[in-house]
Design a protein around this ligand. Structure first.
Ligand SMILES: Cc1cc2nc3c(=O)[nH]c(=O)nc-3n(C[C@H](O)[C@H](O)[C@H](O)COP(=O)(O)OP(=O)(O)OC[C@H]3O[C@@H](n4cnc5c(N)ncnc54)[C@H](O)[C@@H]3O)c2cc1C
Length: 369
């Protein structure tokens, strides 16, 4: 006979870990956290805003997080709508400074906290399918123990933008743009110009972003639309580096950084599910909705939704997730306002598309760029 649990959380990213920690702290007896990977895959999402302190505190993790000693982020410098740099500092933020984190270390920290709280974590365990019965969800998973059926009282889909559980239950993803990111880790001069601010620079085909992760390493990302990425060959290291060298502010801040040996290309389309919850399941984090990385809110949103889902499950209001559409509409307004601030390239496709937002498209669940 397969395993049984009160709640099965599929995906051990920030959303799944926050949910598992909160469920255990709220007294749920058995929480199974299933993760397809082995924890080693590199992930995006290194800028954390100051207000993530609130959610870390609610999960009882504020002090342990502070002890990790991540690089503080004092704010952002951006060339957006004008050629010079403007500054937006966290100096007057009531929650203090933000951080530039090592994402692999941060995710490992959350997984360890989930296990310490009492959740059972299984790596290399892939969710395949689900059948809903009257009072339980029967999950088929593949892992080190072979194929297995797990019976759960409730399932949380925290599988990121792939939304494997929601997809298996017939939900569709509704996408609002074609954004894609190509990123690299770059060695930098510890005495160079890239300080503790994130650096953002709009260009005619999208925007560049750089953030220092440690005194001698930075993450550098270009965001553009999928067709523009291909046309400019920005998925190739040589072309990517050539475009980087042509930027004004990012290139200057990175100094004589060497070309990257490896690029990571990921979809970053804004999207939401057509249906994100029911009596026995709910999608949280990127599985439910994906925000543009320009907002740097993905990790915080994922953890807030994990915590909220845990509370609703314990209060027996599992399908109370009615606010997704309204929250996503608010997010789109903010995103469009932000992109609307850039008017230097009135005829460039990347910017005209954002002034006349594209109609939402239901997708066929492609996950790679
Ligand atoms: C280029 C880029 C830059 C970004 N920058 C930032 C930033 O600066 N700040 C920020 O806050 N956010 C940023 N984000 C967004 C952020 O990375 C995500 O919002 C965040 O990781 C979402 O967390 P999650 O837990 O919902 O999903 P994920 O982190 O994607 O975790 C999902 C987990 O589910 C697992 N999984 C998938 N399928 C299965 C399966 N079938 N069975 C079992 N497990 C499965 C995966 O292995 C993974 O571990 C950025 C995103 C991109 C693309």
């Amino acid at each position: 006979m397969g395993a049984r649990c009160d709640v099965a959380v599929i995906g051990a990213g920030p959303a799944g870990c926050a949910a598992a920690i909160a469920l255990k702290r709220l007294g749920v007896a058995s929480v199974l956290l299933l993760e397809a990977g082995d924890g080693a895959r590199p992930r995006f999402g290194e800028s954390l805003p100051p207000d993530i302190r609130l959610i870390l505190a609610q999960l009882g993790l504020a002090e342990a997080f502070a002890a990790l000693g991540f690089d503080p982020c004092v704010g952002a410098a951006s060339s957006w709508g004008e050629d010079g740099l403007g500054y937006n500092d966290f100096l007057f933020n009531p929650h203090g400074l933000g951080w530039h984190i090592d994402r692999a270390r941060f995710d490992a920290f959350l997984r360890d906290a989930a296990v310490a709280a009492g959740a059972e974590l299984r790596f290399d365990t892939v969710f395949d399918s689900v059948v809903m019965t009257g009072d339980a969800a029967r999950l088929r998973v593949r892992g080190e123990r072979g194929d297995e059926t797990i019976t759960a009282g409730f399932v949380l889909d925290a599988t990121g933008r792939a939304a494997r559980v929601a997809r298996a239950l017939g939900a569709e993803r509704i996408e609002s743009d074609r954004l894609v990111c190509a990123a690299a880790l770059i060695r930098i001069d510890p005495d160079g110009l890239l300080g503790q601010r994130s650096l953002l620079e709009a260009v005619d085909y999208g925007w560049w972003y750089a953030a220092r992760l440690s005194p001698d390493e930075a993450i550098v990302v270009v965001s553009t639309d999928a067709d523009l990425l291909r046309a400019r060959r920005l998925h190739r290291s040589d072309a990517w580096y050539g475009h980087l060298a042509a930027t004004r502010h990012v290139a200057a801040a990175l100094g004589t950084a060497a070309p990257p040996s490896q690029l990571m290309v990921r979809q970053a389309r804004s999207s939401r599910l057509s249906r994100a919850a029911d009596q026995r399941w709910r999608a949280i984090g990127d599985a439910a909705s994906v925000y543009d990385p320009i907002m740097a809110q993905g990790v915080t949103k994922a953890m807030i939704e994990g915590l909220a889902a845990a509370r609703d499950i314990v209060r027996h209001m599992p399908d109370a997730e009615e606010g997704l559409d309204a929250r996503f509409a608010d997010y789109l307004s903010l995103r469009d306002y932000f992109y609307g601030q850039e008017g230097r390239w009135p005829d460039a496709p990347f910017w005209t598309r954002r002034r006349r937002p594209q109609p939402a498209v239901r997708t066929l669940w492609e996950v790679s760029a």
